[in-house]
Design a protein around this ligand. Structure first.
Ligand code: BTN
Length: 246
């Protein structure tokens, strides 16, 4: 991991053997962090997931947060940014010949199980201040999972049957992220929409929204919203919990 700390890509790469949560670290220290700082932890004892959930800490994974100071960012931009990040991770996995897919908004699935989750948060006191934390949790080389996760989550090693070089994966993700962020800033999510759609498994399927309402997914909007049909009416989903009915 020492190699990474010398990388030109992200000059400020903070490595922790153990931490509560890399997203928390950024939140608590944002005043002192430069834009494009990456906080990486080998283990997290209070990793956080989306919708107030916890993120189970698996060994030999990738857990990191990218801190960005953007010029303006409002809550509507957070969804596209998080979708963009998921797309970058998916792109790198695909480069490794991993047959991953994206489940809206930004879970990466492999053989129908979650292999990566992303938690994007606005960290500034004031909305529009532009401080964004993008937390990425990728399950890489753990050989097993706790029983309660077996049905829903997996690791690259479990599915592909080999170990992956985490250092390489991290560098590839960060490099791709950094390169493409320029396009994201210039053109927004729409620049990535076709690629996103081609890997998005929700399209053409029925989903359950927030555990109750059924809807049929027909498209991804210019800003990454999920466009569905429900009771004959078109609805747009910006955020929340979406379950796929297989
Ligand atoms: C999800 O619920 O799918 C999002 C999971 C995000 C986990 C990552 S691991 C690194 C960063 N630090 C955290 O506490 N959470 C994110």
């Amino acid at each position: 991991e020492d190699f990474i700390s010398k990388s030109e890509l992200f000059k400020d790469f903070l490595y922790f053997p153990q931490i509560d949560s890399t997203n928390n670290y950024v939140k608590e220290n944002q005043e002192n962090l430069k834009s494009a700082t990456v906080v990486y932890a080998e283990r997290q004892n209070a990793g956080r997931g989306r919708l107030g959930r916890s993120w189970t800490d698996l060994e030999k994974g990738v857990k990191m947060s990218i801190f960005l100071r953007l010029e303006v960012i409002d809550i509507e931009k957070v969804v596209p940014l998080t979708l963009f990040t998921g797309l970058i991770v998916n792109r790198i996995l695909r480069k490794y010949k991993v047959q991953s897919f994206i489940k809206w908004s930004n879970d990466i699935l492999l053989n129908g199980k979650k292999v990566c989750g992303i938690l994007t948060e606005l960290s500034g006191e004031i909305e529009g201040a532009g401080n964004v934390i993008i937390g990425i949790g990728l399950n890489v080389n753990a050989a097993s999972l706790p029983d309660e996760l077996l049905e829903i989550a997996t690791t690259l090693k479990k599915e592909i049957g080999m170990d992956f070089d985490r250092t390489k994966i991290i560098i590839e993700i960060l490099k791709e992220f950094e390169n493409e962020l320029e396009n994201f800033k210039k053109y927004g999510f729409s620049h990535f929409r076709d690629e996103y759609k081609s890997y998005c498994i929700n399209l053409g399927r029925e989903i359950i929204i927030n555990g109750e309402k059924k809807a049929f997914c027909k498209d991804i909007g210019q800003n990454g919203e999920l466009i569905c049909v429900q009771d004959g009416r078109e609805i747009k989903i910006q955020t929340g919990e979406v379950t796929i009915r297989w």
